[in-house]
Design a binder for this molecule. Sequence first.
Ligand SMILES: Nc1ncnc2c1ncn2[C@@H]1O[C@H](COP(=O)(O)OP(=O)(O)OP(=O)(O)O)[C@@H](O)[C@H]1O
Length: 786
Amino acid sequence: MSVAGPDQTIISSRISSRRNSTRAAEENVSDNEDIVGQMQQGASNILVAVRCRPLTKKEKEIDDTNLIQIIEERVVLLLDPQFKYGDKGSRAKEKQYAFDYAFDENALQKDIFDKTTNFLIDGVLNGYNATVFAYGATGAGKTYTMLGEVNSPGLMLMTFIELFTKVEKLTLERAYKVKLSYLEIYNEVVKDLIHPTTSVLDIREDPVKGIVVAGLAELMATSPDEVIECLQLGNMRRTCEPTEANQTSSRSHAVLQITVEYKDKASGTESEIIVGKLSLIDLAGSERASHTKNRGIRLIEGANINRSLLALGNCINALCEATERGGKVYIPYRDSKLTRLLKDSLGGNCRTVMIACISPYSGSFFDTSNTLKYANRAKNIKTNLQRNVVNVSYHIAKYTAIIAQLRQEVSDLRKLLKSKNPNPAAFNNEKYQIELNTHFQDEAKIRKKIHECQQTKEELGFMLFSRQTELDRAKAKTGEDSAAARALNKEVERLKKSIEEQTQVNNTYEDVLKGLENKRDEIKSEWIRKGIPEPHLSSLQLMMQQQVLAMNSIDAQRDKNHDQVVLKQKELYIQLLMNQLRLRDNVIDIQNGIFKEENIGMKPDLKKVYSQIQSIDEITSSSIVSFPDLHMNSPSLYGRSKPKAYKSDHFLPPITQAPTAKTSALNTPHSRIPKIASKRYLSNEPKDEKFSNINLLHPKAKRLTSNDNKLKEQRSKTNSGLYEDSDSEQSSVKQVAIIGKTSDKYQKSPKVGYKGREVGHVIKKRIKPREIKYGVNIRGIENFEG
Ligand SMILES: Nc1ncnc2c1ncn2[C@@H]1O[C@H](COP(=O)(O)OP(=O)(O)OP(=O)(O)O)[C@@H](O)[C@H]1O
């Protein structure tokens, strides 16, 4: 599988760490071979497979990130493209689904056929029904899977080739008849693709044959060649139009049905005929109107496609519920032509294979996610499988029983209709409103708990960071075995443990929340199943939307609070750093005073250190630094997020050790101090200090660039001494001392001194042709007063 894009790296790196949890998902799935065995024994009748197609050339040009990873032909891992590893407060967004089979982009048509369809053919030849249908969003590869292309035939053709090979082997004992029909459902109208007619074809339910399409032509086929011809003809007639999402988009559901009948040549019981039916279905793709940009007739087609697929989804949900509850659930087959046609395949006498086609493209994430959820749900359906034996005497007895059963059904349905209160005005949806509110109250409670948990973790993380700093300092000062270091170490360990505990609690809450979020869909389906009339249904749906928005706003508030905590922490670092700087300058001033008073010449190496400190103040840091890593001992401090890399302009590097007797301001190893630090430091100088009225925090104040630094270096070469030469006429900033004279050349502009040190230089700008304004540039910040 090709690995592309940054997110792909994340998926890959996570796969190994996810192996264990993946195993758990896998354990719920029986062995691949088992599912075939189970289907053959009638223990399970639905096989759900997923096929991921490769990225197309066009998609690769836009974004070559592959969102899908298939693990061991069973598990599908889907990554959310919105999820950036490291986002604060974000919960991990990748989803895992386990299926009977999962095929990646490299899977061949033959692989899909061998594992999902080939084994059904024996059953069909022995009188069992089977259905294979491809489901998925538009452009996900359904038609490619079912029909295939010139050089890679799909399941339909491969099925016929295999079927005829097997029939040939059995002809000595059995007399076979193979019939085929091919139809499409386009805009809720059934059309014959082999013998098109103008009359509308109707779907009917035959008590013995099951679902039949009245008037649909059935062709006798004797060889695969005949079938190929029929398929080609039918596909030419099938409604297929280019859309934004797919150049060859199928606008209809196509159903190819193969009926195989046989009589035992030796038995002599003329009346017994075994009938098996195989339906191969290429569904039209679900589509989001906003995504496909379809208009006019394409939009109407899309709406019809979606409606029938929604009906299919509702049937799948109802069937799952029937499985869970042990029957007695109304299955809304009649909601669409598609579900009426698939009634046997989904809930009746049939082995069914669903191939969910998905795309790994980031732009198709929502479609892929929906398809996977859909397919995941379908795994839970259980159906009843019976062999179709058509026998004349059996026929009559069976019809009588069926008529009685149908009468009972009609009377049950009448009762159900009455109880559903057909008068919408009299309908009271208060009960549903209360249920909805209770659900979202539960969600809000859990969200609050998660919020509290994260706050606690953040606080603990901050405490941990400061204790860790103290510990490092204590170790450096008094040694690792000192009592102070040991006590701090104990504290650090305790904090780490607390953070771990909080993380576990947080994860539990996250799981509960996920469950509650999933329940929203169930609530909606329940409303539809219970037949809540309009406008009550819309009003409930609107209420749910509002509640979902409210939940999102709780999450947003949580993120905002988190940002505030981080900001507060940054402020603290700034304060600490400013204190360090003040202490350092105080030490320098005191030392300078002593040197002057005692008339001690400054040693060259000390001079060098002084000038280094000055230049450190003026360094403009443009590199990326990491914000003090509060997470360093707890990678999961913010859920499953990871610390970010921050721009030095906004965040400070970890503070260095505070000056102590041993490590004075002058020999303290300085980290690179970003400009904002010295800016704040200067602005915080007491009012009587010399730079107090200079607006160093003006947003338009420019930073010193690296070029300016070079010019400064050049200048200091020509004029290395420091002179105090007050020249207030030339500078409107009276508080600073100007060293030297202003020249036209920027490089030669006089320096500005403060307490004997150069801190900046005079600058000028032309306001009008004849008017020049002077200002100062102190430590990289320009200021023109007035
Ligand atoms: N497994 C695959 N390998 C290579 N190419 C594929 C594969 N699956 C799909 N494709 C290509 O992707 C494009 C879209 O596939 P296809 O037309 O089968 O999608 P679809 O799901 O049937 O769309 P719709 O039914 O909405 O029209 C086609 O160009 C097809 O050739």
